[in-house]
Design a protein around this ligand. Structure first.
Ligand SMILES: Nc1ncnc2c1ncn2[C@@H]1O[C@H](COP(=O)(O)OP(=O)(O)OP(=O)(O)O)[C@@H](O)[C@H]1O
Length: 346
């Protein structure tokens, strides 16, 4: 369990730079054994939050507790011991280029004072765990990004930590490699019970791996909860913006370029309808056609399923002039379906 209790972090003024309130009033808990996503835009405070968990920074006020130990109050040898139970992986892997894969993984064990024989056994186990046993004698420059991250993961797990912090660990990888690394992290969580904190600016990463998510903005947690719930009912504008990236609810370019802000004689009003929840998009189209007593054109649709819930958006063309458009808007709003008018097309 990781707990933030009324945590704030202020970086003091330095020369001509003003002080920065990087985190304010952070109060939340990450359950033991969970995979929790922490998502935020650049500068939101994500890295500051991570550095508080592993004790690299101290909070300006409040407490950070990791597995019953107040890491924010530790120093010296006690802090170093506590840090051994917190592994970390990074966007740019942070491997030593002069060491082989095996020797990179061995590094934290050497620092912890393990014997050479024990290190050899543990490194072999870890190479196997992350699926690159055949690369033990390769140098980082000879490996792909995905393989380097596997070494990063093995090194982070070497001292058998309870917590694994992932700071944008897949941001430098292509989508296919990202998926493979996220699958590996899911296995590690399942098999070893390691608590994973996933710092990211990509909702697709949260969606693929995390069960819980906290959205952070301006140094505050602005929304948090189960991933399926947040994805289907996002409340904060920042969450909504992250989601529209992953759902892609913008109109197709060919349609957007034809949109006119004024009604077009004999044309259609174009509406964007949000699909959230158990109701599938096609039911919305069918119900609306029945209500209007004429066909509704489906101009574009992006629907996904997350945690058994449909989510996405439909772009509909409503023929029949202003009266029909107003009737459609009223009907959808009456049924609590989020809708917005994008314009008109011929
Ligand atoms: N050591 C520091 N000294 C002064 N200000 C800092 C320091 N570290 C971070 N900040 C400031 O604190 C705020 C939060 O930064 P932080 O790095 O935690 O955000 P982030 O969400 O991780 O951003 P990014 O995704 O760009 O890394 C920013 O305004 C940043 O400029």
């Amino acid at each position: 369990m990781i707990r933030f209790e009324a945590v704030s972090k202020v970086y003091p003024a330095y020369r001509d730079k003003p002080s920065v309130h990087a985190l304010q009033a952070i109060d939340f808990a990450i359950p033991r054994g969970s995979i929790t996503g922490v998502i935020g835009r650049s500068g939101a405070g994500k890295s500051s939050l991570v550095r508080l968990i592993n004790g690299l920074e101290k909070p300006s006020s409040g407490r950070v507790v990791v597995d019953d130990s107040e890491i924010s109050a530790l120093a010296g040898r006690e802090l170093r011991l506590a840090q051994r139970s917190i592994g970390m992986i990074f966007q740019h892997f942070n491997l030593l280029s002069s060491r082989t894969a095996a020797d990179n993984i061995a590094l934290p064990l050497e620092i912890a004072g393990w014997s050479r024989a024990d290190i050899a056994v543990r490194v072999a186990e870890l190479l196997e765990l992350v699926g690159i046993a055949d690369k033990y004698d390769r140098y980082p420059s000879e490996l792909s990004g995905g393989q380097k991250q596997r070494i990063g993961i093995a090194r982070a797990l070497a001292t058998r930590p309870n917590v694994l912090l992932s700071d944008e660990a897949t941001s430098a990888l292509d989508p296919q490699t990202t998926r493979a690394i996220l699958d590996l992290l899911a296995n590690i969580n399942r098999e070893l019970g390691v608590t994973i904190v996933l710092i990211t600016h990509e909702m697709s990463v949260v969606r693929q791996l995390a069960k819980e998510v906290a959205v952070i903005d301006g140094g505050q947690v602005v929304e948090r909860g189960h991933v399926a719930e947040i994805f289907t009912h996002p409340r904060h504008p920042v969450t909504q913006a992250f989601l529209s990236e992953v759902i892609g609810d913008s109109a197709p370019v060919s349609l957007a370029s034809r949109l006119s802000p004024q009604p077009v004689a004999g044309g259609q009003a174009v509406l964007r309808v949000q699909v959230r929840g158990t109701e599938a998009g096609d039911t919305v189209v069918a119900r609306l056609s029945r209500e209007l007593s004429h066909d509704v054109a489906l101009l574009s649709a992006r629907i996904d399923e997350i945690g058994g819930q449909h989510m996405g958006s439909l772009i509909l063309g409503i023929p029949g002039g202003e009266a029909a458009a107003r009737q459609a808007l009223a009907y959808l709003s009456r049924h609590d379906i989020l809708v917005e008018r994008l314009g008109y097309v011929a």
